[in-house]
Structure formats: C-alpha cells, structure tokens
Design a protein around this ligand. Structure first.
Ligand code: SF4
Length: 434
C-alpha cells in the first residue's frame, strides 16, 4: 500500500518526520497517530509544499476558504485573499470556486506553498449545467482530475445517502439543507431515487484517493443551518454514516477527516464533538464554526470563534474560518483578514489546552512578564497581531503606561511600591499548572 498510512506500518516516512519537526513533536508518535487514523498529513504525492499535520498531538489548525462564485468572479482577487490568509497564519486554503474557469483557478491556488483542499461536486454541477444532471461517472472523473492536479484533501459528502434523505423528510428542518454539497446530493437522490454514488461506490472512491494519497474530508452535508435545527434527526443519521465510512477509509489506507456540525447551541457542542470522535474512531475533526447564534450577521466570525474554541477544547482539530460576511456576501480581503485572525485566536485557545506541558511555549507567560514590565516593544513582538496592537496603543502617543488608566496605572503603582517581586521559576509554575 503506497499511502502514508501504509508507509507508517514499516517505519517513519519522510513527510511524518518533516511535519513532526515543524510541529515540535516526536516523529514516532506522529507516525503512530497517522497509522491509527487519529492524525493526517494532507500531501498529494505529485505536489510538494509546506506540510501541516492535523489531529492528535498537534496544535489546532485553521483553514481559510476562498473562491469565485457565479455572482462575483475575480480570480486575481481570490488569489490575493488566499495570500492574505496565509500572511495571517492560515494553515490551509480551500478553493471553493464555482464561477469562471475552475481548473485554471485551481492551478493558480495549487502554486501556493500550503495545503490545498477542494469540493469536486461544485465543478461537477458546473460541468453538468444542473445538479440533477450530475452522474456518478462525471463526479468520479472530476474527483480524479482534482487528485491529478495536486489537491491534498477533498470534501466529499459521502455520508449523505437515502437514509439521511428519509430522516430529512421524517423530521423536517426549518432551514432544510444548507451545505451546498449536501443540497446537490439530496436534490439528485430526491429526483432519481437512487443512492449517492459516493456512498454506494465508496470502495472505488478509496481506490482513486489512495492512488494519489489524497485525504478524504467526509463532508457534513446534513449540518444544521440554524439553532432550531440542531436536534433534528438528519444530522445524527449522517454521523452514523460518517462513522462507518471513517472506518472503511482507514481499512483502505486512506487518511480521512470528519466534518462537523454547523449551527448548534453552545451547550450542545461538547457532546456533538465527542459523539463524532467516538463514532469515527477519533479521526481528526474539521469544523466550520460551529455558530452559536443565528442573530448576529456581520459578526458571525465572532460567533464561529466562540463555538470553535469550545469545540477545540473538546477535541476538534481543524477550524474553518468564518468571515464577517458569512450569510451575507462573498468575503473581500478585509473579511478574510479579520476572519482568519479571529479563527486563529479560537485555534490558539484550543491549542493551549491540548498542548499540555507545551502550553508554556505559546507566549502566554512571556506576555504576562512584558505587561508587568510595561515593556511595549516586547508585548507587540509577542502579540499574535502585534502591528494592530501597536497601532491602537500609539493612538495616544508614546506613553510609559497606556491611555486606559494613564497616571493611575495599576501595574505601575504596585510595581513602584513593591518593586519587581522575585518571580517563581517558570518551570515550577509550569509544574503547578499541570
Ligand atoms: S494604564 Fe491601566 S490598562 Fe494600561 S497598562 Fe496600566 S493598568 Fe493596564
């Protein structure tokens, strides 16, 4: 078996060594996680790029979606958005283009030095001209083309099948289906009464993916699109399907991730994440949001980050950026910048917890010291978005404190009274925290 999983059976492949080194973790451990399906390293065999390990033992990752639509098609702008996301620290880019010359746009995106994902059903629908005219052959041909072009991971809605369609009819939802891929497959099954080919011909799909060692991201076609739909049946039926498909992918030596819930109340996040993890054999979990309120359009990036942080604390591994324009418009560059930053904060919050001993390396303790010392230069260098922080601080001039309390600065007052108290050794604090 010439997939990374297969190679991990007999040693530690070079990609695992490189990804572990970048992550600062033990390569042997990462190889075990890949072999057991608890971590993935998306890397199509025909393209080399900066690697990104996702899952057990790794920090929480961030993906950013870019892509044209039928309403706005400016491929150059999409490339600028992708570059902006990478400059802001995104770990992966998904090209979700649905407008213009899709292979040509993808070719440009694949020149980026990063992990790239796509959703082939979009192109299949464009080529067919109509979702209802998409055939299994067409879809598999598009999938093969994406693999051949060098895409590292594919979102494929294999778990949307006749059972989820029945659940959707038996237990209707206010928002129906909000996943584009989920909607296409649902519409096709409803029209022809036949099973989703990605489900019925899953073994064939695994053969295609293993040829290029492409990761399958098992799409959440039945994710709830509103809080009121969170407890409806279709989502849970899909979880069961994804659990079965997750196991079959691993048996076939294909790395897989699971995509998770969309809009759900905050108190339901933990059990949803844990349920998906258990059902899937602890496959890496990739989430859009989850969004924890439906009434904050314009700030859905904040809503998504709240849900994302809680999900990450409970085991989610990979967060998809939600932009401020979610539910409103195709994002512009500033939306991408803001969304990526906020998603990175959510991922960082999750990483602090899951890194265990290594949380101390994330800059949190150093920032506390820099703040106590009123060392602004160091604070800005430690900050995730230092230039932004500096711009805000400098609005009121180059002050020793900041303009919030000014001459009544609490930090300065106590420091001047007591001096710099002898701090406990960092290693000791670290031990206490653990
Ligand atoms: S002025 Fe107030 S907010 Fe600013 S550093 Fe001092 S205590 Fe903190």
């Amino acid at each position: 078996m010439h997939t990374l999983i297969g190679e991990c059976r007999s040693g530690i492949p070079e990609n695992v060594v490189s990804a572990a080194k970048a992550e600062g973790i033990d390569a042997e451990k990462l190889a075990r996680s890949v072999l057991g399906g608890r971590a993935v390293i998306p890397a199509n065999r025909i393209r080399s790029h900066k690697l990104c390990a996702i899952g057990e033992g790794c920090g929480v990752r961030v993906n950013v979606n870019i892509g044209t639509s039928g309403a706005r098609c400016d491929p150059d702008l999409e490339m600028k958005k992708a570059q902006c996301a990478l400059d802001e620290g995104a770990d992966a880019i998904m090209d979700l283009s649905t407008g213009g010359d899709l292979p040509a746009i993808r070719k440009e995106v694949l020149k980026l030095d990063t992990t790239v994902g796509t959703v082939p059903i979009y192109e299949a629908v464009r080529r067919a001209g109509n979702a209802l005219d998409v055939t299994g052959d067409l879809l598999f041909n598009v999938i093969r083309e994406h693999c051949r072009q060098g895409v590292d991971f594919l979102t494929l809605h294999c778990g949307v099948n006749l059972d989820t369609l029945k659940a959707l009819k038996d237990d209707p939802r206010t928002m129906g289906v909000v996943s584009r891929g989920g909607a296409f497959h649902t519409a096709i099954m409803a029209a022809n009464g036949e099973e989703n080919p990605l489900y019925s011909e899953y073994d064939y799909l695994m053969e295609i993916l293993s040829e290029y060692d492409v990761v399958v991201s098992l799409g959440d076609g039945m994710r709830p699109g509103a809080m009121v739909d969170a407890v409806k049946r279709a989502k849970t039926v899909e979880y069961l399907n994804l659990g079965e498909l997750s196991k079959r992918a691993l048996d076939a030596g294909v790395m897989r991730m699971i995509e998770g819930p969309g809009h759900i109340p905050v108190d339901q996040i933990a059990y949803n994440v844990k349920m998906i993890k258990e059902l899937s054999g602890y496959a890496p979990l990739y989430l859009l949001g989850p969004l924890v309120t439906d009434i904050a359009p314009g700030y859905d990036h904040v809503s998504g980050a709240i849900g994302g942080a809680i999900a990450a604390l409970n085991g989610a591994d990979f967060l998809c950026m939600v932009s401020p324009s979610e539910h409103l418009a195709l994002p512009d560059i500033e939306d991408i910048r803001e969304g990526t930053r906020v998603a990175r904060i959510a991922a960082h919050v999750g990483s602090i917890k899951r890194l265990g001993d290594r949380w101390f390396e994330t800059g949190e303790a150093d920032m506390a010291e820099a703040r106590r010392n009123l060392d602004w230069k160091r604070q800005f260098s430690l900050a995730m978005f230092g230039e932004h922080a500096k711009r805000i601080h400098d609005r009121d001039g180059d002050l020793e404190t900041c303009s919030m309390c000014g001459d009544l600065c609490a930090v300065k007052l106590v420091r001047d009274c007591l001096g710099n108290l002898k701090m406990e050794d960092k290693k000791k604090i670290k031990k206490q925290q653990n």
